[in-house]
Design a protein around this ligand. Structure first.
Ligand SMILES: Nc1ncnc2c1ncn2[C@@H]1O[C@H](COP(=O)(O)OP(=O)(O)O)[C@@H](O)[C@H]1O
Ligand SMILES: [Mg+2]
Length: 465
């Protein structure tokens, strides 16, 4: 049944995977050992990655219900991008992190992205200095091979950046890094990296440290990403893939002007990627159907976006189209979930079939147990049922005298609560709405009914999903 029988699983990967999934966190590495389904979606994103590597661009919206696997998919794509020699940067949007803002929230998103900037050699983040180092070492190699002075080679590379908006200072900062490198001035190097990571908060400080007049702030968020994409290409990478999750936070913005400014930013990004004018820059956005479709608050509330993102009207009745900017993640099926459990068993046994702690029958019984306890959510939103299964395996591992029979039905399973149903965090715009606990599975009204209780932007106390 499993396709991963032959795969070897490194102990570090095994532990990271199991620990992550048991605590409800989507794994950042080793997803291939547990991944099920999504073949077409992965293929579609592979072609984006290739295009970015060739100096092109691309944007995709990964849309799926809560728990359908958006975050997991984003991390799968990120891992592939790293393998394919792209740089990646990922971040979750939040009330304090947005694409457009005037109170520092866009800069905050930028620095979060930069903290998580990764390369194949540094998959866990913090890769900015190593990317800059790589640029320098390429110049050093060229200088050694050609006898031309390093400084000139660096300046020539950077002149390409100077043509772009904000490129002059960006190039200056890289030149300062080189100067620090050349003269053994570690402070100058680290100031340059701090600038690139968007960590200078005042122009005065930046000027004192690096002699540049600008800093990365809300107003140049996207221009800086374009510059960065060019720069990583100069450093020998194919480009950069920006992965933004929890886009629903834009839909949650109470202030319609703030929301629209963010949607306008998305439109710029989308236009640039369709026209291929952002070289080596790709975006992948994860969001719920409401974020996309809601006519009052979602991307569809912005007419220009609606027309670009509208689904192919021929893709109905089981026909699919993976070429558009929007990829709808279907819910996992019971069959997918079965395969997923066999993979978890395989990972838990570190790839050794003879060490499996539960038989195929046991897995089937566990699925029955889940279905009885929480209905079909067990495979559609599998976070808790994955966790429950791994808890079961952990008990079996530590109590070798016990077998799965008799234990399976004692696994305690809870329904997942959808955090999007919690009250909106509106601290930046409005006073917070009163707390209102809710349960994901209890609201089975159709989406339209659910929205009808929320009719004006400002009536947050009435906001219900
Ligand atoms: N294709 C998949 N293969 C294996 N596990 C998956 C897959 N998609 C999702 N999962 C698992 O399902 C759970 C929910 O996925 P998640 O990405 O957190 O959903 P979402 O971000 O859409 O709310 C996580 O535990 C994740 O590891
Ligand atoms: Mg998620």
């Amino acid at each position: 049944m499993t396709t991963s029988r032959q795969a070897t699983i490194r102990p570090r990967e095994r532990d990271a995977l199991l620990q992550g999934l048991r605590s409800g966190v989507v794994p950042r590495m080793g997803q291939q050992h547990v991944q099920v389904g999504r073949v077409h979606e992965v293929k579609a994103l592979m072609s984006d990655i290739n295009r970015i590597n060739d100096g092109g661009s691309g944007s995709r919206f990964i849309i799926g219900d809560y728990g359908s696997g958006k975050t997991f998919f984003l991390h799968v794509v990120r891992s592939i991008a790293l393998q394919q020699k792209l740089v990646t940067a990922h971040a979750d949007l939040s009330p304090d992190r947005r694409l457009h803002a005037t109170g520092g929230q866009a800069r905050s998103l930028y620095s979060e992205l930069m903290r998580n900037m990764a390369t194949r050699a540094k998959p866990e983040g913090g890769a900015m200095s190593s990317v800059v180092e790589r640029f320098i070492s390429l110049a050093l190699t060229e200088s050694r091979d050609t006898g031309a002075p390093v400084e000139g080679i660096i300046r020539r590379g950077l002149s390409e950046l100077s043509e772009l908006t904000g490129g002059y200072d960006f190039a200056e900062v890289i030149a300062k890094y080189w100067q620090g490198h050349d003269t053994g001035n570690e402070q100058l190097k680290s100031d340059a990296v701090r600038w690139l990571r968007g960590e200078f908060s005042t122009r005065t400080d930046a000027r004192a440290a690096l002699g540049v007049r600008t800093i990365i702030d809300d107003s140049n968020f996207y221009d800086q990403l374009k510059l960065l994409a060019r720069f990583v290409r100069l450093a020998g990478f194919g480009g950069i893939l920006i992965c933004l999750d929890e886009m629903v936070n834009l839909y949650k913005l109470a202030n319609s002007q703030a929301r629209n400014s963010n949607y306008e930013q998305i439109l710029r990004i989308l236009n640039d990627s369709t026209q291929g004018s952002a070289a080596g820059l790709g975006f992948i956005f994860g969001g719920t159907p409401d974020f996309l479709l809601d006519p009052r608050r979602g991307l569809y509330s912005y007419a220009a976006l609606q027309s670009r993102l509208e689904e192919n009207s021929y893709a109905v009745d089981g026909l699919v189209d993976y070429s558009g900017p929007v990829l709808r993640l279907a819910n996992l099926t019971p069959e997918d979930f079965y395969v997923l459990l066999t993979k978890l068993r395989h990972v838990q046994a570190a790839g050794d079939e003879s060490a499996y702690l539960i038989s195929d029958d046991g897995i089937a019984e566990y699925m029955n147990h889940c279905a009885q306890r929480i209905g079909d959510a067990y495979f559609r939103t599998p976070r808790n049922t994955i966790k429950g299964f791994l808890d079961l395996l952990a008990v079996l591992e530590q109590n070798p005298d016990r077998s799965w029979e008799g234990l399976v039905t004692s696994v305690n399973l809870e329904r997942e609560s959808n955090p999007d149903l919690a009250p909106l965090d509106t601290a930046t715009e409005q006073s917070p709405a009163p707390a209102r606990p809710n349960e994901f599975l209890t609201d089975l009204r159709p989406a339209d009914d659910r929205r009808s209780t929320n009719d004006t932007d400002d009536e947050l106390s009435a906001f219900r999903l």
